[in-house]
Design a protein. Structure first.
Length: 104
């Protein structure tokens, strides 16, 4: 079972890029979609989304938050996402780039 389905089983509202039919869209289009849906965006594309986040901040644009992570085993990702979900309110991540790391 993938990360998204494991999170859903634990009551987390998840919308994947595939479920949103956003496969093939640019990073900015995907972030804009997440923002329109008031969703935090989780990605393994650390480099590109760090650059995109900086562009948003420099231009005074807003986004709902970006969480980036290295490619890790699903169990590790699940544990870290759940920990983040339980300790950080959505308002606290707005316009921020958060690294999903051990010991949030």
């Amino acid at each position: 079972m993938g990360l998204a389905r494991s999170l859903e089983k634990r009551g987390i509202d998840v919308l994947t890029t595939q479920d949103a039919e956003n496969i093939g869209k640019t990073d900015r289009e995907q972030l804009e979609y997440a923002n329109e849906q008031n969703r935090v965006f989780l990605t393994h594309n650390i480099r590109d989304f760090a650059i995109l986040h900086k562009k948003y901040i420099d231009k005074g644009w807003t986004h709902s938050g970006i969480v980036v992570s290295d490619q890790l085993p699903i169990g590790t990702l699940l544990r870290r996402v759940l920990q983040l979900n339980n300790t950080v309110h959505a308002d606290d991540i707005k316009n921020r780039l958060k690294y999903l790391s051990e010991g949030q």
